[in-house]
Design a protein around this ligand. Structure first.
Ligand code: ADP
Ligand code: MG
Length: 261
């Protein structure tokens, strides 16, 4: 299979210009302020512009409190900007935009639903037709190596497995843009690497756009094509790096790593 997943291989090869297409996500001079109890305002984001293209895997790193989560919340319509605009697929965001999925640092699984039940919720909300749902759930269970745990309850699972179920629920929703807020932050190092591989496998197979927030620069460089660095509050983008190196060996995906194929 793809024995050598190399970033250079993924550069567009065709010299013909691609047809103009809206970016998946776009922030134009975004500003966000919060009202404080003393009636003053706290400006958290002061003029951020960025675009994320179809199929791009972008990591956002920056100090704690810099506004990374705030950006994600604005992208999924949970916050009103105080200036500038937020667009998903070229359309201004007002309320949760269709096709945008969110994954948090701590899993938010429904404790009264089994593993399969939690993943099925994503398929239901994502509008997967009733007769296709079970097939989708089963294929995700297989993809995320949760076979045999379909009927387990979230509390019976390890932290890593719960995050795999969360990822399954997110994927079942079939988002075209995935917003991930430090999704592996609570996991131990080995589990984090395993999850990184899972995510890369999925991304290589299905090529959704991903905005992945982390404060771990190593994780950012290992996973993403592009790394945006935020300054401390008020956030500005102080660097926008294209990652040109092959993925480090330990982070190659299940699909790409010969040890797994
Ligand atoms: P990060 O995810 O980069 O750690 P956040 O986006 O969570 O940072 O928060 C950025 C800043 O905005 C922090 O100083 C936080 O306290 C402040 N903040 C976030 N949400 C609110 C809110 N609803 N009201 C007031 N301040 C907030
Ligand atoms: Mg945060």
């Amino acid at each position: 299979l793809m024995a050598n997943v190399n970033r250079a291989d993924r550069m567009p090869m065709s010299p013909t210009p691609q047809p103009a297409q809206s970016p998946r996500a776009e922030l134009r001079d975004l500003r966000i302020s919060f009202p404080l109890p003393d009636m003053s305002t706290l400006e958290v984001i002061s003029g951020i512009s960025m675009t994320v293209a179809e199929g791009e895997f972008v990591a956002v790193v920056g100090p704690s409190g810099s506004g990374k989560s705030t950006i994600l919340r604005a992208l999924c319509g949970l916050l009103e900007p105080s200036g500038g605009s937020v667009l998903v697929d070229g359309k201004p965001v007002s309320g949760p935009p269709p096709g945008v999925g969110f994954m948090f640092q701590k899993d938010a699984l429904l404790p009264w639903r089994t593993v399969a039940g939690n993943i099925r919720i994503g398929a239901e909300l994502g509008g997967v037709p009733g007769d296709r749902r079970e097939e989708r759930v089963a294929s995700l269970i297989k993809l995320l190596r949760l076979d045999g745990f379909e009927n387990a309850w979230p509390r019976q699972l390890s932290g890593g497995m719960r995050q795999r179920v969360s990822l399954g629920r997110l994927l079942a929703y079939q988002p075209s843009l995935m917003l991930m807020d430090e999704p592996f932050g609570a996991l131990d190092y080995q589990t984090k690497i395993a999850m990184g591989k899972e995510l890369l496998s999925v991304w290589e197979a299905e090529r959704r756009a991903i905005i992945f927030v982390t404060h771990d620069i190593e994780e950012a460089v290992a996973l993403a094509d592009r790394v945006l660095v935020f300054s401390a509050r008020p956030a500005r983008i102080i660097a926008d790096y294209k990652v040109m190196l092959p993925r480090p060996r330990h982070m190659r995906s299940m699909r790409g790593d010969p040890a797994f194929t």
